[in-house]
Design a protein around this ligand. Structure first.
Ligand code: NAD
Length: 263
């Protein structure tokens, strides 16, 4: 299927590893120019080089902490300067730390709100004039299946990400007049560094092995296995394409069927 993304330009947050990197690679494979954002220069440069080598498209690496507004301003400015346009933004960053409410102080809350809620607000604010000019702008926010079914021990994620869903739904209505679509994608258990870190933490906390915790997790997934970053990326690519022109305001999980709620 030709997704019609050739020649377009995108920004992907949290793109040196995991889901963000798979999205950036997928977009580039479709001929879309991509600006990758992440904090650490080394992993970011390595990801950008690998994607450019494989796809031959223009790839930009912009060191950026998605929790910092100044960095997001610079990210958008550098992407637009390099590509001359901006059609797609994927709001993504690392997840907040795990923990019970009583274990997490003001600083952790502020960081989670900056990184996982205000990052989306700020990215959209800075990108909006360019997305309006695109004529078929696309905004995709990566959150978590926790927005449909909160996860124990992840109060920061459960809370900050619901704000993103409210933002995206509202924007889908406000920005429809500019032919900009806005959707939220919710990963379930996707075998990236983030998930393995959380599962290792749970194994330590409960005195079990990582293998035991992984197989416990898999037993809760109707399809019976952990997803791959590419499983999430495939949905994002489709949502960014012309084929998805009539899909906006949705909140879709990619979770092997593990979310029990109907919607
Ligand atoms: P990951 O840790 O494997 O990769 C995160 C990427 O974001 C890395 O490139 C990292 O360098 C970058 N990053 C982290 N903090 C950043 C910041 N402040 N600014 C810029 N870049 C930053 O994570 P992942 O598994 O790919 O997850 C992506 C998002 O999806 C996270 O928010 C995560 O919490 C969420 N999520 C993941 C899963 C899963 O199973 N993997 C499930 C639910 C939700």
């Amino acid at each position: 299927m030709d997704l019609g993304l050739g020649g377009r330009a995108a920004i992907v947050g949290g793109a040196s590893k995991g889901i963000g990197r798979a999205i950036a690679l997928g977009l580039a494979r479709e001929g879309c120019r991509v600006a990758l954002a992440a904090r650490g220069r080394q992993a970011l440069d390595e990801a950008a080089r690998a994607i450019a080598e494989e796809t031959g498209v223009q790839v930009l690496a912009v060191p950026c902490d998605m929790a910092r507004y100044d960095d997001i301003r610079r990210l958008v400015a550098e992407a637009v300067a390099a590509f001359g346009r901006l059609d797609i933004v994927v709001a993504n960053a690392g997840g907040p730390p795990a923990g019970l409410f009583e274990e997490l102080g003001e600083e952790a809350w502020q960081r989670a709100i900056d990184q996982n809620l205000l990052s989306a607000v700020r990215l959209v604010r800075e990108a909006l004039p360019h997305l309006k000019r695109s004529g078929s702008g696309r905004i995709v926010a990566i959150t978590s299946a926790a927005v449909k079914q909160p996860r124990d021990y992840l109060v920061l994620s459960n809370t900050a990400r619901l704000g993103v869903v409210g933002l995206a739904k509202t924007l889908s209505r406000e920005l429809a007049a500019y032919n900009i679509t806005v959707n939220t994608v919710c990963p379930g258990n996707i075998a990236t560094e983030r998930l393995m870190f959380l599962l290792e933490e749970r194994a330590r906390r409960t005195g079990r092995t990582l293998e035991q915790v992984v197989s416990e997790e898999e037993s809760r997934i109707p399809l019976g296995y952990l997803g791959e970053a590419e499983d999430v990326a495939n949905l994002v690519l489709f949502l960014c394409s012309d084929k998805a022109r009539y899909i906006t305001g949705t909140t879709i999980q990619v979770d092997g069927g593990s979310t029990v709620s109907v919607f």
